[in-house]
Design a protein around this ligand. Structure first.
Ligand SMILES: Cc1cc2nc3c(=O)[nH]c(=O)nc-3n(C[C@H](O)[C@H](O)[C@H](O)COP(=O)(O)OP(=O)(O)OC[C@H]3O[C@@H](n4cnc5c(N)ncnc54)[C@H](O)[C@@H]3O)c2cc1C
Length: 393
């Protein structure tokens, strides 16, 4: 029986739609992805063919409203997609995830002209990109960014650099956080967000080498006298860039938490199977209580993470403030991914250390979820602050 799922945009969406989409994603993963992951992962190769398939599935427009050519999915459904894909290869989710956060900034805060100009092309995947916030000198403290935009007639001239930008090489554009006023206090009032397309003055540096999260490109970006039309200032008014960026972080955190659910679940499934196959002392290792306690904890972490993500996503879809819920989901699910990946490796013994299997990848991928979209140290602080704000004495 179908039941209504709330969407932030008020579009109609029901559980049958959700089942159909998840079914299509699972079939794609089985048919076109699973057997190719090991090869692409170890070659650190960009999955061009899969990107074309993701376009066909509509993933680049998953959370963009139907009015602009997207699927208009509620974030609760989108989080399930992210978890499902992450179970197979977490890297793939980064290709559409940061792209969709960029799109969300345009859809939530852009002018109607900007929405018309960009969202339909974002939705098809013709124009893809990400979020360019972090700089060599700052990640957590975004108000310290040094990339500067100075008005020049109908344009701005941008100088500075960004680093660790997902989709920086393969993407076509970024939502770019800059300073438009370096004097003003508080510092966030001098920040603006631009939709920056690649062109003269906007160059890409080296591809960064990483522990995990292979396949997807993470890059340095350089802006040297980069001229951008003023009509690309998101929302059309200076000084709102920090607000626009933070406004996208709730969704970003729900997405990262969903990735954590995917990796934690992949580790649980691999461990549960292996525990029934591998024998020591004349019985499957899953019959030893030392292994059972690990599986028990791993399963509980997965279930709790999934519920936290669902809870945060539903609050987001209802249009409620949910930084505390998104922070809790991100914190718990990413730490669960770390713990489950480590336990999965222990349960697999030497095979868990083999590059011929997937288990070691979970162990390399999990830490990213503790760092990206606000470190877990910051999540704890956000949760505590919200706790006191919501419970004043
Ligand atoms: C693979 C990968 C992909 C990424 N993709 C992107 C991307 O697409 N776009 C983008 O803009 N960025 C991206 N990032 C950057 C990421 O968002 C930052 O790494 C993250 O925000 C942390 O910033 P930092 O690395 O500068 O650490 P810092 O801010 O220097 O923090 C260092 C340590 O200090 C702690 N800390 C900092 N401030 C406080 C405080 N006030 N209280 C307590 N502890 C504190 C942190 O928790 C951390 O443990 C990516 C990073 C990685 C690794």
């Amino acid at each position: 029986m179908a039941y209504d799922i709330p969407t932030r945009s008020g579009e109609k969406f029901d559980s049958d739609d959700e089942s159909q989409i998840l079914d299509a994603i699972e079939k794609w993963l089985d048919r076109d992805v699973k057997d190719k992951v090991l090869e692409l992962e170890h070659a650190d190769a960009y999955p061009y063919e899969m990107v074309e398939q993701m376009k066909t599935l509509g993933l680049f427009g998953a959370t963009i409203s139907r009015a602009y050519g997207g699927l208009g999915l509620p974030s609760s459904t989108y989080a399930k997609i992210v978890a499902t894909v992450s179970e197979v290869w977490m890297s793939l989710t980064g290709i559409f995830n940061s792209h969709l956060i960029m799109a969300a900034a345009v859809e939530r805060f852009g002018t109607e002209e900007q929405k018309q100009r960009y969202l339909p092309r974002f939705a098809t995947g013709e124009l893809r990109g990400g979020l360019a916030l972090t700089e060599p000198n700052c990640g957590t403290d975004l108000q310290a960014v040094r990339t500067r935009a100075v008005r020049d007639g109908d344009d701005y001239i941008i100088d500075g650099s960004k680093t660790w930008i997902s989709n920086g090489i393969e993407g076509h554009c970024v939502a770019l956080l800059v300073k438009t006023d370096i004097e003003i206090q508080p510092r966030h009032k001098g920040m603006s967000l631009f939709l920056a397309e690649k062109g003269p003055g906007f160059t890409v540096g080296r591809k960064l080498e990483k522990l995990g999260y292979k396949g997807i490109d993470s890059a340095e970006l350089f802006f040297d006298g980069y001229r951008i039309p003023a009509k690309n200032l998101i929302g059309g008014e200076e000084g709102h860039g920090f607000h626009h960026t933070v406004g996208g972080l709730e969704l970003g955190r729900i997405n990262i938490a969903a990735r954590g659910v995917g990796v934690a679940t992949a580790a649980l499934k691999a461990a549960t199977s292996y525990a029934q196959i591998r024998e020591t002392m004349g019985k499957p290792i899953g019959q030893h209580q030392a292994i059972q306690t690990k599986l028990g904890d791993m399963a509980t972490r997965c279930h709790a993470s999934r519920l936290l993500v669902e809870d945060a996503a539903r609050a987001y879809d209802r249009g409620e403030r949910c930084d505390m819920e998104a922070g809790m989901a991100k914190l718990f699910a990413s730490e669960s991914a770390m713990e489950n990946a480590a336990e999965c490796m222990r349960i697999h013994g030497a095979y868990g250390y083999s590059k011929e299997q997937h288990v070691e990848r979970y162990y390399r991928d999990a830490p990213l979820m503790c760092i990206g979209e606000g470190t877990n140290e910051m999540q704890r602080i956000i949760i505590a602050r919200q706790l006191m704000e919501r419970n004043p004495v």
